[in-house]
Design a protein around this ligand. Structure first.
Ligand code: HEC
Ligand code: HEC
Length: 214
């Protein structure tokens, strides 16, 4: 048992070494570079920037948007928020709503984005996932869809690059899944979200938005 384990580790070590060598030789994917150079965020400065840049006008003073078509930002995972801001700035999201964000973030530095993300992540997030639980929440083996909780956490609380879903504005949640499904949103790393969204039915999307959203 122990021996098998150490062989596994050895195999893993070799693979990791080979990956490093490869990474040195090949240009890193854009997203990997963005995340590797993320500065440490300063929440207090982020609060000031949020006010200065008029984010509250659309996302609410405390990160809770009134407009349910637009995302709630309060309590979102800082790494995810940071990634989204860099994606908007780089033009990696298509559509009219993304164009609004692209113009808002045009002048922001990487440090500004990290600070905003840190501040937003620390704000209280209203709304919890409430029943009824749709069957698709637990995934579907036949269609190779894992449970949402495998990446988004048992309560939709998110983790690092996987955003919190719990308490997200219902309409935004549904709209986002539709856009992943239709290929209108493709900024997810290695198609880590769109490959599953592509297999969801309209009814499932509605039910998921109803379950997680507010
Ligand atoms: C004029 C309205 C408006 C302003 C001002 C605005 N936003 Fe947005 N924001 C939006 C809309 C609309 C979307 C949804 C875009 C889409 O569908 O791709 C969005 C999306 C986002 C997202 C993605 C969230 C997610 O869960 O996918 C983040 C993060 C964000 N905004 C942060 C900010 C910050 C920080 C500021 C201030 C620097 C700001 N926004 C200013 C309208 C606005
Ligand atoms: C294998 C991991 C994985 C699984 C399983 C998964 N997701 Fe995701 N999801 C992600 C990642 C990663 C992102 C962030 C994509 C990006 O960077 O744009 C994401 C993004 C999202 C977003 C966009 C949120 C926002 O604020 O913009 C929604 C909504 C979402 N997922 C819903 C779901 C639902 C519902 C399920 C279950 C049917 C699910 N996801 C299953 C990894 C996953």
């Amino acid at each position: 048992m122990r021996r098998t384990y150490s062989y596994l580790l050895l195999g893993f070590g070799l693979a990791a070494g080979a990956m490093d060598a490869l990474a040195g030789a090949l240009p890193l994917p854009e997203w990997q570079h963005e995340l590797a150079v993320k500065p440490q965020g300063d929440a207090a400065r982020g609060g000031t920037l949020y006010a200065e840049h008029g984010c509250a006008g659309c996302h609410g003073a405390d990160g809770v948007a009134d407009n349910r078509q637009w995302p709630m930002l309060a309590g979102q995972r800082p790494l995810y928020t940071y990634k989204m801001l860099t994606d908007y700035q780089a033009g990696r999201l298509a559509g009219a709503d993304a164009a609004i964000m692209a113009s808002v973030v045009r002048e922001l530095s990487r440090q500004d984005m990290a600070d905003l993300a840190e501040w937003l992540g620390a704000l209280p997030r209203p709304g919890t996932a409430t029943g009824p639980e749709p069957a698709i929440l637990r995934g579907d083996r036949k269609r190779l869809i894992p449970p949402c909780s495998a990446c988004h956490g048992a309560h939709g609380q998110g983790w690092d690059l996987q955003p919190a879903l719990q308490g997200q504005n219902r309409d935004y949640l549904a709209k986002t899944l539709q856009r992943f499904r239709n290929g209108e949103r493709s900024n997810d790393v290695n198609a880590g979200m769109s490959q599953f969204a592509a297999k969801l039915t309209e009814e499932e999307i509605r039910a998921l938005a109803e379950y997680y959203g507010r």
